[in-house]
Design a protein. Structure first.
Length: 199
């Protein structure tokens, strides 16, 4: 049976890079953000429930979720975020279980950005691996990658678990602060080998 690893980290921590490195070692990757996006594309299973709950103005001209409008609403209104989560989370959970059950890899990595915040994933994974770096590094990376201003990045960070909370929940911490990709790759390779060796 495949070992389930929950991979998490704050925005800009480098979690996607670590996920790619793990796939290179033979992991099966189940990306919950990608599943959420597929659910909210035109014709996706969450579109009609979102239209019913939030209104047609949250659906764009192509029939997909208007992500910018929903992001603004969810950050401004806790109740709106809860309504969206109530639509998405059960559907994401069902698809995750389907993909995990089909996995033949020695380790199945569940990429879960809000693993610590949600509280519902810890019991569904065997290990939690956290990608960690300083908040200032996160801010700089997201500004460079996404073109957001600093206040927008910090608003997202404020909604996420603290570094301390994530590290406290971790079975392993992957340090990704001001290090080369080669060094990060070596750190990930060592964790992969020690995990397989430990069974």
């Amino acid at each position: 049976m495949s070992l389930r690893v929950g991979l998490t980290g704050g925005i800009g921590s480098g979690k996607s890079t670590v996920a790619s490195l793990l796939v290179g070692h033979g992991a099966e990757l189940v990306d919950t953000d990608a599943i959420a996006r597929s659910l909210t594309l035109a014709g996706g299973a969450a579109i009609e429930p979102i239209r019913e709950s939030f209104g047609a103005e949250f659906i764009d001209a192509s029939g997909a979720l208007d992500r910018a409008r929903m992001r603004d609403a969810a950050f401004a209104d806790v109740e709106a975020r809860r309504r969206l989560e109530a639509i998405l989370h059960p559907r994401i959970g069902t698809e995750v279980e389907r993909r995990v059950a089909a996995s033949t890899a020695p380790i199945t990595v569940l990429d879960i950005p809000l693993l610590v915040e949600s509280g519902r994933w810890r019991g569904r994974v065997d290990r939690v691996w956290v990608v960690d770096c300083a908040e200032e590094v996160q801010v700089a990376r997201v500004m460079a990658r996404s073109g957001w201003d600093e206040s927008a990045v910090r608003a997202v960070l404020a909604q996420q678990a603290t570094r301390a909370a994530r590290r406290a929940a971790a079975d392993a911490v992957i340090h990704n602060e001001d290090i080369s990709l080669d060094r990060l790759a070596r750190e990930v390779a060592a964790l992969w080998q020690s995990t397989l060796g430990a069974g």
